[in-house]
Design a protein around this ligand. Structure first.
Ligand code: NDP
Length: 472
């Protein structure tokens, strides 16, 4: 595929091969952008920002709404592209397309709601005759940098609110999964987006991504990805607004009065969806010691029954990881934990990029499967003697994106909600739950700022204060 730069689809002689992670077959190639291309993207985005700011909110609403309609019509093509490049099953890809449509619809509505506030200036001394109000204006040029694991919906979470607010955008999708993002650009243009409002260039994040983020013409960076890269971007960003949606090793706490069937369902879903490559996967299962044995026993058959393999084959429930090198890393972490004393309850094998769904019992805080973000299909089980200890263990991490607790005791649930260091808290479900309208983001090393179109749009606009000095 070509990339879209300065109002045109363009090719380059150097390309990146995008491969199906299960078969290794090349699906497509995309161009490698040069530093001249970055400059062209920045220059055209400056012009695009003027075009976007001049559009009425209603026009921006109509473009995004039409985009959602076209995405719905092309669900099968988008889902097939997603599965081929990312490795998620077709059912998971269809789910992502449907969520992406909702994200665009929500963003389109926000284009009509960019309001301000009447300021009660007469509350200040010596303010006779003054009238004040605020208004929200676009930031200008926004850089959007996205990860591989939700290559459509996370792009929509950036482009939707950015365009709804009247900005232009330079998108740098993940090199593993750029194809569905480029298809979204085709759809946006067909829906009527002014061509200069968007550039989507492909190439290595550490070169072109970094150069875009460092440039002073960019007024806002919206990044989703790993903590390490998020920190690098913050270092080069200088005086810009940043939203950072970063990683986690989310806890799921199970107290003795939990509904065990629900816990089982939640763990299967939250631990293994998208082969564990979700920023809010349940990685640490912290179980009260009274029910620990029973839970492991009842959970194991369900995990063993997950059929893992070719994401495009009928009946596959869990696809490969995005890269064989990542599968090798996860496999190594699992076996390192076993060497350190964890018990392999099930899984632990790897073939190519497919890691069998894994449960590790007797995990401890110093193991990498507990301490770091594993981003793979493995759940580490730890025991806790009390609620307080379980909360302490849940907080024993630099991350804080999402956390879940299972209990019927309202007091225990509320104690958890208040004391757990986490941007999202789920009571009687695991950490992996999100609907796209809610505010979503992390504490501590999991990030800065919130997404969800209504909240992202706040971060993608600037507030101006206007005072009218009347003589009456
Ligand atoms: P990475 O951080 O490796 O990459 C994310 C994006 O950043 C890619 O487009 C990458 O480009 C680009 N990039 C890499 N280096 C730089 C740089 N120096 N400057 C600018 N851009 C750069 O993440 P992954 O794609 O591996 O995604 C997995 C991570 O994303 C996990 O940590 C996960 O938790 C997190 N995530 C967080 C979410 C949240 O909402 N909090 C949601 C989903 C994922 P390239 O691909 O070319 O290297």
């Amino acid at each position: 595929m070509k990339f879209f730069l300065a109002g045109e689809w363009q090719d380059r002689s150097r390309t990146i091969a995008v491969a199906n992670p299960y078969s290794g077959n090349v699906v497509e190639t995309v161009p490698v952008a040069s530093s001249d291309d970055v400059e062209a993207a920045l220059a055209s985005a400056v012009e695009g920002a003027k075009v976007m700011a001049a559009l009425q909110g209603y026009d921006r609403y109509r473009i995004l709404r039409r985009c959602g309609e076209l995405m719905t019509e092309r669900t099968e093509d988008l889902a097939a592209t997603l599965s081929a490049e990312e490795g998620k099953t077709l059912a998971e890809s269809r789910g992502e397309v449907s969520r992406s449509v909702q994200t665009m619809e929500l963003a389109s509505e926000e284009a009509k709601r960019l309001g301000g506030e009447f300021l009660p200036l007469d509350g200040g001394a010596g303010t006779e005759g003054k009238l004040g109000f605020t208004m929200r204006v676009p930031c200008g040029v926004i850089a959007a940098i996205t990860p591989f694991n939700f290559p459509l919906n996370l792009v929509c979470h950036k482009l939707g609110p950015a365009l709804a607010a009247g900005n232009s955008v330079i998108l740098k999708p993940a090199s593993d999964t750029p194809l569905v993002a480029l298809k979204l650009i085709e759809i946006l243009l067909e829906a009527g987006l002014p061509p200069l409002a968007i550039s989507c260039i492909t190439g290595s994040g550490s070169t072109i991504g970094q150069a875009i983020c460092a440039d002073r013409r960019v007024r806002k960076i919206s990044f989703t990805g790993s903590q390490e890269v998020g920190e690098q971007i913050c270092k080069v960003a200088g005086l810009k607004r940043v939203t950072m949606e970063l990683g986690s090793n989310s806890p799921l706490v199970v107290l003795p009065d939990a509904d065990m069937d629900l816990v089982k369902r939640a763990t299967l879903m939250c631990g293994f969806a998208n082969a564990g490559q979700v920023c809010i996967s349940a990685q640490r299962l912290i179980v009260h010691e009274d029910i620990h044995e029973d839970l492991i026993e009842s959970l194991t058959p369900g995990v063993e029954a997950i059929s893992a393999g070719d994401q495009l084959a009928e009946g596959t429930q869990m696809g490969p990881m995005v890269r064989t090198s990542d599968a090798e890393r996860v496999h190594q972490w699992i076996h390192e934990a076993v060497d350190q004393g964890a018990r392999l309850v099930c899984g632990g094998d790897r073939e190519g990029a497919v890691v069998q769904p894994t449960i590790l019992d007797n995990a401890t805080a110093d193991m990498r499967v507990v301490r770091d973000e594993i981003f793979g299909p493995a759940v580490a089980v730890l025991r806790a003697p009390t609620v307080d200890r379980a909360i302490h263990m849940a907080n024993d991490t630099n991350y804080g994106l999402s956390a879940g607790v299972f209990t019927k005791d309202v007091d225990a649930a509320m104690k958890f909600a208040k004391q757990v260091h986490s941007g999202n808290v789920h009571i009687n479900w695991g950490p992996m739950w999100r609907t796209d309208l809610m505010p979503y983001g992390g504490l501590k090393d999991s990030g800065i700022g919130r997404e969800g179109p209504k909240y992202a749009i706040d971060e993608m606009t600037e507030m101006k204060t206007v005072v009218i000095h009347t003589q009456s």
